[in-house]
Design a protein around this ligand. Structure first.
Ligand SMILES: CC(C)(COP(=O)(O)OP(=O)(O)OC[C@H]1O[C@@H](n2cnc3c(N)ncnc32)[C@H](O)[C@@H]1OP(=O)(O)O)[C@@H](O)C(=O)NCCC(=O)NCCS
Length: 183
């Protein structure tokens, strides 16, 4: 058997929002192709710390043998009033909202640094996060341009609920809303 080059394990909210925060920003910027000084990367620090305090928070990290973070995934329980939920639920019908949002997990982030992509870390981080919670459904938004992520989600049963959605904070970027029945 080839030697193990990576470790994938659960992360506590304090770890991801604290000691590992700088490494998470490095992964995030690298995965999305933004320089470290980009507003999206700088702003993600506050977002991540806020999310780490939400109910039902679950996170996983992938490390190399030198214990450097190469990828992470996290999510939390979806509750009325959370910004992302209000944005993506608004265009849905009442029936869809009841079906998809009454007991839902927000699959918030999944990123692997480009230097470590293609080693099945993304799929492990995905699968661990999906199986870590007991909600009936999970929801996420993915950019149209994220071909690899879309392929990963499709192969794991996520279905499109809205093909094209734009956030007023980022009107030039088309996203899709995907949902997964988890039990
Ligand atoms: C999406 C992402 C997390 C995948 O991470 P990864 O470690 O490279 O993924 P894996 O090696 O586990 O491959 C996962 C799946 O991606 C797809 N994939 C992998 N390499 C690919 C390639 N070269 N071209 C197209 N799809 C590819 C495949 O479906 C693969 O699953 P399979 O091998 O079981 O068929 C990573 O590419 C990433 O961080 N992308 C940028 C950030 C992003 O878009 N995040 C998602 C936000 S919603």
């Amino acid at each position: 058997m080839p030697p193990r080059r990576f470790e994938v394990r659960p992360l506590s909210p304090d770890e991801l929002g604290g000691r590992l925060l700088d490494q998470a920003l490095w992964v995030f910027g690298g995965a999305l192709g933004f320089p470290p000084s980009h507003g999206r990367v700088v702003g993600f620090a506050d977002t991540l710390r806020r999310h780490a305090g939400y109910g039902g928070f679950r996170a996983f990290g992938a490390f190399n043998l030198r214990k450097r973070l190469l990828g992470f995934s996290y999510g939390y329980t979806s509750v009325p009033g959370l910004w992302w939920r209000e944005q993506v639920a608004a265009p849905l019908s009442a029936e869809q909202r009841a079906e998809w949002f009454s007991d839902a997990f927000e699959f918030a982030e999944l990123h692997v640094h480009p230097s470590a992509q293609g080693h099945h870390l993304g799929s492990q981080l995905h699968d661990l996060l999906v199986h870590s919670h007991s909600h009936r459904t999970a929801l996420l938004t993915v950019m149209h341009r994220s071909t690899r992520a879309r392929q990963l989600y499709t192969s794991r049963g996520w279905q499109p609920l809205i093909q094209e959605l734009r956030f007023y904070t980022e009107p030039q970027t088309p996203f899709s809303l995907l949902g997964l029945r988890t039990r």
